[in-house]
Design a protein around this ligand. Sequence first.
Ligand code: TA6
Length: 321
Amino acid sequence: MPRADRPSALPLSPTGPQPLVDISEDNSKVTASLPSGDRVEILLHGATVISWKGPNNAEKLFLSSKAALDGSKAVRGGIPVVFPVFGPPPKDHATSTLPQHGFARTSRWEYLGKTSSESTSTRSALDSSVKLDFGLSNDMLSEADRKKWPHDFGLTYSITLSTGELGVSLEIKNTGEKAWEFTTLLHTYFRIQDISKVSITGLEPTAYIDKVGGAAQKSAAGSPITFSGETDRVYTDSTNTILVKEGNSTTFEIVRDGMNDCVVWNPWSEKAASMSDFGPSDGWKNMVCVEAGAVKEFLKLEGGETWQGGFRARLPGAVDD
Ligand code: TA6
């Protein structure tokens, strides 16, 4: 058949390259990547996001060089999931025998699957995205954890990777009949170049608890947060968009949904040196935790009720909706 009349080869897919999802051989990690180069890695241990790379392949999260990635303890870095209690649990409370930040970040979650939204563009696949779902329920907990917090629950944790943006959403369901209460937070370690050049805007009008100042209640600072020492602040009742800036440029835009509290943390040199799984020793200069959560007070869920919250972090120049 003369060339001109030969049908062209059918494209591999209707609109070119699409999102890819891979599960590691040892079934410990799920990786997703987009045609734009964006990539995310999630350990089933704690459903901990341990890496998020934008379109230029630069790492956007801080992961300690000494982080335990073998499931032996909470991961130092990435996005640990805090549930059912943030911080050291209060005394005489249903969570009081749990470890700090609860059991979600040290439990083995299950991978529930993916949803890809294929690119509709014929020119490029910049609008493709992929959502990965993970689950944890009471029947998956260790015997010890179930004894410490004997309540029926189901968590569905969704990570949505799109070009220049990471969405993180947690749905919490009381699958039993008896009410229980929780606090929750996404303990995100953002990677930055130099903490001394970082400022955080969006929380200026918000009062906060200064945990470095002995949990003193402080009034709104009225100015961006900057860092010159250990910083550990719990901002409450704020729905503002938060910008993490380095010099005059914005490195991350953080939009929260249903998580109206936010913790800002940098351990600085001394506290970092006291953590055996924190490395390198000067790594505290390259990270800032901006942690969306619901931590101001315990939230009560009646049997069958559900709560949902999350955030999305966008890189400068991310594709608009
Ligand atoms: O989110 C800030 C914080 O509560 C700090 O007080 C510090 O304890 C940090 O979490 C790390 O906690 P971890 O249990 O992961 O060592």
